[in-house]
Design a protein around this ligand. Structure first.
Ligand SMILES: [Zn+2]
Length: 119
């Protein structure tokens, strides 16, 4: 994690996730999730965030909010999930979905590093 911006975001997001039970987020997605979370909570302060986590290389963001606000909140979550699906979970660089017994979003570099070398 050489990107200092990502490091700052990860640190800040970790503090937020600590207050939401069962939540976690891949390091590489920290910036995307932090920005989305801030956008949602500033536009809809009465939202109750139940859980934030990664599942099958997608972002899960569970919340409770008044019914009339849900379509707008879902829109922001959809945007976040969209960005996450092309962001390396390890380093935050542009990545693609990989199926290596485990679905994850990785850039070429992180994917190569993760692979057991066959040479
Ligand atoms: Zn990467």
């Amino acid at each position: 994690m050489q990107n200092p911006e990502l490091k700052t975001a990860y640190f800040e997001l970790k503090g937020i996730l600590k207050t939401i039970p069962g939540s976690c987020c891949p390091k590489g997605w920290s910036k995307v999730v932090l920005e989305g979370h801030k956008k949602i909570t500033s536009l809809y302060p009465e939202i109750g965030v139940a859980q934030i986590k990664e599942k099958f290389a997608g972002l899960r963001y569970y919340y409770t909010a008044p019914v009339e606000q849900r379509p707008y909140i879902d829109e922001i979550i959809y945007e976040m999930d969209d960005k996450c699906s092309v962001t390396c979970m390890t380093c935050g660089e542009p990545g693609t979905e990989r199926q290596d017994g485990w679905i994850s979003v990785l850039c070429d570099k992180c994917f190569e590093e993760k692979r057991p070398s066959s040479t």
